[in-house]
Design a protein around this ligand. Structure first.
Ligand SMILES: [Zn+2]
Length: 278
């Protein structure tokens, strides 16, 4: 008996079923392999970028402030791509602030997508689990711009924002402590941050005129751009505990309830303007 060369309906259904099964098995495997290789590429980019940051430090005795691409591309970092995570194509988040009074002058580079960070520099890349950040009770990720409302970090730090602010970071440092940071750009103009930071938690606000670091404190930070003079100011008032303030020109001071409202006035610089990708 001559076999019909055409597929029977049953054979077709079986063949399609087998193909679907294979696709179902292979697609997640391919996805996992790609994800792993991108995480490896991301770790390598962070490592190389942290070396460029170190080279900059060797020349200037300070870490670059502002955005890495502006400060490092060309002279300190050859690759134009090395500033972005290979998966998200977003720039690495740089958390550097000269913490003059505490002496904890250091830099963090991190990728929220791959939960990687380089601290130091010189301490290498390590896993940096992100902490949950809620805005009005809804989760937001590092890099979110928020307006008018309360931000709650995983360690209980709360910041009520009037105006616009940028959630810079919330991740666990090498000593398993959450590092929470927010930033206010010149372009946001008048912003008020009311922060309550529990003991054992740390919060940093990077505003155009100063960087304010607090742990176990209640404080208010007001930013303003002065019209005609073209300058920026930050008004800092601490109602409990102490805040370490590093001014735009690197001077340090401790602000306590006894200090009253402290005003820092500084120039508008590019480092405090909105970066092009925001
Ligand atoms: Zn990444």
């Amino acid at each position: 008996m001559k076999r019909d060369a055409r597929f029977t309906l049953l054979e077709l259904v079986v063949a399609i079923g087998i193909i679907a099964l294979l696709v179902g098995i292979l697609v997640p495997v391919v996805g996992t392999v790609r994800e792993k290789s991108q995480k490896t590429a991301c770790a390598s980019s962070i490592r190389s970028l942290s070396m460029s940051v170190q080279l900059y430090w060797n020349d200037f005795g300070t870490y670059p402030s502002g955005w890495l691409r502006q400060n490092l591309f060309g002279q300190y970092h050859d690759s134009a791509e090395g500033f972005d995570c290979p998966s998200t194509k977003k720039p690495y988040e740089l958390f550097y602030v000269p913490r003059t009074p505490t002496g904890l002058d250091r830099v963090f580079l991190s990728c929220a997508r791959h939960q990687l960070a380089a601290a130091g520099p010189g301490k290498g890349v390590r896993p940096a689990p992100a902490g949950e950040v809620l805005f009005n009770g809804v989760p937001v990720v590092g890099g979110a711009t928020i307006e008018d409302g309360p931000i709650t970090f995983e360690d209980g730090t709360t910041v009520t924002v009037n105006g616009k602010a940028f959630v810079l970071a919330s991740f666990y440092t090498e000593i398993h402590r959450l590092y929470n940071a927010m930033r206010v750009f010149v372009d946001y103009d008048k912003v008020t941050l009311n922060a309550t930071v529990p003991v054992g938690s740390s919060f940093e606000a990077i505003v155009p005129a100063a960087t304010i670091t607090a742990s176990g404190a209640t404080l208010q930070i007001k930013t303003d751009v002065l019209g005609a003079s073209g300058k920026v100011n930050a008004k800092i008032k601490v109602t409990a505990g102490v805040a370490d303030v590093t001014t735009w020109n690197g001077e340090g001071m401790s602000v306590t309830p006894a200090s009253g409202q402290v005003t820092v006035i500084g120039p508008v610089t590019d480092a405090h303007r909105l970066p092009p990708w925001l």
